[in-house]
Ligand binder design. Structure first.
Ligand SMILES: [Zn+2]
Length: 317
């Protein structure tokens, strides 16, 4: 709490002189000097945000997944600028879910026991923030607050980092519902995950801007996965059932649409303007494909920090 007091006092100092100089006055109004994360609406997923003089906070997330204390996967998200709460919803959580589907046998039940979080800044002047959350109910507001407090250290060249360890254990279903060996119960692991996610989203509702809208939109647009590999989010055209990959700007548009009071309960409710955008982008994509030979894969930017090769981009179910 020491750092927090310090920051508060510094702000008060600025305020106390605010009447004396226009510059100081301006600072109290918008605090332009304080680096912020980008919010969803201002974030451009195609921008690498490679800045000599940072205009916003950059950070990285190193994350791993353990099952029964054994590490099954590790990954790093580098040079992030999108606010951690939004990054979690849009990129990281779908990635984690996809990874679990991929790494675990279909009939294996796992549940998330807890998530360990370490928020740190390079250099030893500041202590790490170490937190533990049940399940994946991470209170991202605490993490954001801590990173923002280190904004000045970041500006002076220090690096901000969040380490996450998602710790899963085998879930032992009660004896009454234990599937027999060889019994085909493929979807139950997914079912468990869906239930977990609903509980987690309820918890997040307490901490984020307007998560009930996010929740609705993400849940509705989440792609059921194979045979489609476009996900994590797709619009499924009610006519023809073709999947169209939804990128963050499409999801943003859908969130806006709901926030304006429109109904979005099914894929048929997706407004014409967004459909046209998706059709146009699909058309452009097909135009860009080489005329000769089969397309083995085309480069698609899927985030600020990565490029993925996708072979079959569109599937008809
Ligand atoms: Zn899909």
């Amino acid at each position: 709490m020491k750092e927090l007091n310090h920051v508060t006092m510094a702000n008060r100092t600025i305020r106390s002189v605010s009447g004396e100089s226009p510059a100081a006055h301006r600072q109290t109004q918008t605090e332009p000097d304080k680096l912020q994360f980008l919010q969803l609406a201002e974030w451009d997923e195609y921008n690498s945000y490679d800045e000599d003089i940072p205009s916003c906070l950059h950070y990285s997330i190193e994350w791993k997944v353990t099952v029964n204390s054994k590490v099954v996967s590790k990954d790093t998200e580098q040079d992030l600028v999108l606010a951690p709460t939004a990054y979690w919803h849009i990129i990281l959580k779908p990635k984690l879910e996809k990874l679990l589907r991929k790494k675990l046998a279909q009939n294996r039940h796992v549940r998330c026991d807890d998530t360990n979080v370490i928020v740190s800044v390079t250099g030893r002047s500041e202590r790490d923030l170490v937190k533990r959350f049940d399940d994946v109910d991470i209170d991202w507001s605490i993490i954001e607050k801590q990173l923002m407090q280190w904004g000045e250290l970041f500006r002076s060249g220090k690096k901000l980092r969040v380490d996450l360890s998602f710790n899963y254990v085998d879930a032992h279903p009660s004896s009454a519902s234990t599937p027999r060996r060889g019994n085909k119960r493929g979807s139950s692991a997914t079912q468990t995950m869906l239930v977990d996610r609903a509980a987690q989203l309820d918890a997040e509702q307490e901490t984020t801007g307007n998560p009930s809208v996010w929740r609705e939109v993400y849940a509705l647009m989440q792609c059921p996965g194979p045979p489609c590999n476009l996900g994590p989010h797709c619009w499924r055209d009610p006519f023809g059932k073709k999947h169209y990959k939804l990128r963050s700007h499409h999801l943003k548009a859908l969130i806006n649409y709901v926030e304006q009071g429109h109904t979005l309960k099914s894929h048929g409710d997706v407004p014409e303007a967004i459909r046209e955008q998706l059709f146009a982008e699909e058309h452009q994509r097909l135009e860009r494909q080489p005329k000769v030979g089969r397309v083995e894969g085309s480069l698609v930017r899927v985030g600020a920090d990565q490029v993925r090769v996708e072979g079959q981009q569109v599937r008809v179910e």
